[in-house]
Design a protein around this ligand. Structure first.
Ligand code: PMP
Length: 351
């Protein structure tokens, strides 16, 4: 080890799903939306003026903050925007999780949480999901330095009923409770109505899934004005120009087309239910999903083998080699046509 290496911040990084670029692939591994962004987004992108790129973007992200505030019926001061919800969540960890006490999150959950905690030297304690892969709310009633969980959870897709979310928030008036709602639009109930009632609740959402804009990197947090002010203070101490001009403009356009949003979300829900039925017939089991993916295991064939066979056929799903879930596949819902091909492949393979 070279002498300076003792001063390096050593981290075990998060591993994102792979991004292969094959023309014939079926990509069901990173929970992207199979449909293009709203037509208004496409149109605006075509007409963008490159000369504008000389100028820094608005550091307050005012236009998008305003559009989000209007969309959700909250004040501008209750909205924080970042470069995807990963950026928002990283800021959240930096801003709110500064206690000596451990923060709490589920043992099976978004695998970025422990990475941020380790990087920022935040103590944490994982709370095991029950046998049905559900969050046990009472596990979050102990002393803690903050709480975070996705709802629906990832990679399970399981929804924690809003009543239970509220119970967790209510039992923790001295901590910030963060609900990561990356997948909420696909059928779960949002905790958003509770932000007026609880000043310790922060709801985080993204344009990456239900709005088909993972490549644009837009995420946001909604909560009490005081929380948002603290988040902005950390943001401005880190990087004032997080959001680029294009993302700001296209984000606003995406919000304007509610009908398209509803139509594509509905299509994904329908395809999810169709896929679930087919997977059942093929011997898979899983808990109901409220997200744009299904987390399933097969009665006979190990997930790792199915994963490899699919990959060979250029069908990409996600496999996590981790305790409790190493026999599961996380299958993103693609278009109906893609899922029909996926099911057809499995039917042959599992014969
Ligand atoms: N939260 C959860 C639970 C996720 O699965 C993801 C997607 N990897 C994110 C947050 C981050 O998504 P994005 O940064 O694209 O908004």
């Amino acid at each position: 080890m070279r002498p300076w290496e003792k001063n390096v911040r050593k981290v075990v990084p998060y591993v994102p799903g792979e991004q292969p670029n094959e023309t014939d692939m079926i990509k069901l591994n990173t929970n992207e939306n199979p449909y293009p962004p709203a037509p208004k987004v496409q149109e605006l992108l075509k007409n963008m003026d490159a000369d504008q790129m000389r100028l820094y973007p608005d550091p307050t992200v005012g236009k998008l903050v305003g559009a989000l505030a209007q969309h959700y019926g909250v004040k501008k001061e209750q909205v924080f925007v970042g470069v995807g919800s990963d950026d928002v969540l990283a800021m959240v960890f930096m801003t709110f999780f500064n206690s000596e006490k451990p923060i709490l999150f589920p043992d099976i959950t978004y695998s970025f949480y422990d990475v941020w905690a380790d990087m920022l030297r935040i103590p944490y304690e994982c709370q095991p999901l029950n046998e049905a892969f559900q969050i046990v709310k009472e596990d979050y009633y102990k002393e803690n330095g903050g709480i975070i969980f996705p709802n629906p959870n990832a990679p399970t897709g399981a929804e924690l009923p809003l009543q239970d979310v509220e119970d967790i928030v209510r039992h923790n008036p001295d901590s910030i409770v963060v609900v990561d709602e990356a997948y909420v639009d696909f059928g779960a109930q949002s905790a958003l109505p509770l932000i007026e009632k609880y000043d310790n609740l922060l709801v985080v959402q993204t344009f990456s899934k239900s709005r088909s804009m993972a490549g644009m990197r837009i995420g946001y947090a909604l909560g009490n004005e005081v929380l948002i002010k603290y988040l902005n203070d950390v943001k401005y101490s880190f990087n004032s120009y997080t959001m680029n001009r294009t993302s700001i403009e296209l984000g606003v356009a995406a919000l304007e087309d509610q009908a398209y949003f509803e139509k594509t979300v509905r299509k994904i829900q329908e395809t999810r239910e169709w896929t679930a039925e087919e997977l059942k017939k093929l011997g898979f089991s899983f808990h109901p999903s409220k997200a744009n993916f299904i987390f399933a295991r097969h009665a006979r064939v190990h997930a790792k083998e199915i994963f490899a066979a699919l990959r060979e056929a250029h069908i990409y799903v996600r496999y996590f080699n981790k305790p409790r879930i190493d026999d599961y596949l996380r299958i993103t819902i693609g278009t109906q046509e893609e899922m029909e091909k996926f099911v057809a492949f499995l039917r042959e393979y599992l014969k």
